[in-house]
Write a protein that binds this ligand. Structure first.
Ligand code: SF4
Length: 454
């Protein structure tokens, strides 16, 4: 997997790339306006970060507390060490309920576990009920953004998909018309499903309850119509007390979409009579990440997507160029921890401008961790590659004054006479989109010799 190669593919369609960049910047702009609307914004970020620090330092005891209280509330708790175990647990519950079709609200965790293909292979129909997720599901694609799953598609494209899948009027791109068609289609699925699956935004250790945030109300619709609710939760999603929700819910909505509050913040505490709630607590590498001192902060992430919307690389390369469930800056920290070889190019997909760290509501030092990963990856890469050879040559030139002077003279002389086919060959990736700067007639040192006394 190479991010630059995937990004180059995305950039082939220049007008789409420009539109993607501008659309995400619009969301980032909304986030700025909304966050500036509350004077205590920076205090909230500080507080959220400290609460999460506390959670990560005491995760074992908070998990036990959460489990104990959830069981007291009548919820069934399951523990999964990895994605395979997680999926097996889901399937075993579905088998027990003789369920062949489920509805699922947005859950990055189930994407991480590749739950959809697993269930489908086992004869279960999975319907993603978040509108964006349903659109990409029609295309057999994963989400390209954790909050805005179909942000890479324009309304014209969605109209074509709906015409094919939902028999809507050909060429009708009206968002209201398309949304109504999706609504009608999903309603039938909601009514038929016996089991609903959701993710979890926050689990409250003190009470054993959990909160699911959606803008479309699809999680609630699925859960209230089904007899069984399966909530899939990463072990890092805990907060100690219910009162802490006031901090996180304010930060999450503003950071994600610039809203003051998410439309539906649904609290689930205990099952209604005759119904069941199951929570699957998943590790899948999180404990390992907790043990990596330089990267453990990444577990504070509340999946708001703000670091993606602000990132100049994400905006200009699209979510799929990361080939990772969580793309963008935070994904570039998490993914190498799961598969270093596959995702070794991701920490380099950053300008290290620090904008991601500046917008992160839980103050994760994202760009510093990306820089740390670069060092780890460079150390781990035993093979000699073009970059390491170039760096060795540069090191030799920069550390020897005579070689530095001579190479300057050669470059100034040769670049004037070499044809463009050589100066802009494939070796000059920098020059692909830019002109080389005009060369000075002499080096600064030579200029200073002649003019230094003036
Ligand atoms: S790292 Fe921070 S900004 Fe990025 S998704 Fe997570 S919480 Fe949001």
């Amino acid at each position: 997997m190479s991010h630059p190669i995937q990004a180059a593919k995305f950039l082939e369609d220049k007008s789409n790339a420009k539109w993607h960049d501008e659309t995400l910047w619009f969301v980032r702009d909304k986030r700025d306006t909304s966050s500036k609307g509350i004077p205590e914004w920076e205090n909230l970020r500080e507080l959220a970060s400290s609460i999460k620090d506390n959670v990560l330092s005491n995760l074992d005891s908070y998990l036990v507390e959460f489990e104990k209280n959830a069981i007291k509330n009548g919820i069934k708790i399951h523990w999964a060490k990895d994605a395979e175990e997680h999926n097996q647990i889901v399937l075993s519950i579905l088998k027990e309920k003789d369920c062949k079709a489920i509805v699922k609200s947005k859950s990055i965790l189930t994407e991480e576990c590749h739950l959809n293909p697993y269930l489908e292979e086992n004869g279960v129909e999975v319907v993603d009920t978040d509108l964006g997720e349903r659109i990409v599901q029609f295309l057999n694609q994963p989400p390209s953004h954790i909050v805005l799953p179909a942000i890479h598609l324009k309304k014209e494209h969605i109209s074509e998909i709906f015409h094919e899948k939902l028999q809507t009027e050909k060429g009708n791109n009206d968002p209201y018309y398309l949304t109504q068609a999706a609504r009608k289609h999903l309603r039938e699925k909601f009514l038929a499903a016996k089991v609903a699956i959701t993710g979890v935004n926050f689990g409250v250790a003190e009470t054993g309850e959990f909160v699911v945030c959606t803008n479309e109300g699809n999680a609630d619709m699925g859960v209230h119509l089904a007899d069984t609710h399966i909530a899939c939760m990463g072990i890092e999603k805990l907060i100690p007390k219910r009162e802490h929700l006031g901090v996180f819910l304010r930060l999450l909505a503003r950071s994600a979409t610039g809203q003051s509050i998410t439309n539906y913040n649904s609290h689930f505490r205990s099952p209604s009579e005759g119904k069941e709630i199951h929570i699957i607590l998943l590790d899948n590498g999180r404990t390992k990440q907790l043990g990596r001192e330089k990267f453990r902060n990444s577990l504070k992430c509340i999946r708001c997507g703000a670091c993606m919307n602000t990132c100049p690389i994400y905006r200009r390369s699209g979510g799929y160029s990361y080939d990772s469930v969580v793309p963008g800056p935070i994904g570039s920290i998490l993914s190498p921890g799961i598969d270093l070889k596959k995702h070794s190019s991701l920490p380099f997909a950053s300008t290290l401008c620090g904008s991601c760290s500046d917008v992160c509501p839980v103050k994760i030092n994202i760009h510093e961790q990306l820089y740390e990963w670069r060092q780890e990856i460079t150390k781990a890469q035993s093979s000699i590659n073009a970059k390491s050879i170039a760096m060795k040559i540069a090191n030799g030139i920069f550390s020897t004054p005579y070689a530095y002077k001579l190479s300057g003279q050669i470059m100034r002389g040769s670049l004037k006479i070499l044809p463009e086919s050589v100066t802009y060959s494939n070796l000059n990736t920098w020059g692909k989109e830019r002109d080389l700067p005009e060369l000075p007639k002499q080096s600064f040192k030579d200029w200073y010799k002649n003019n230094g006394n003036e």
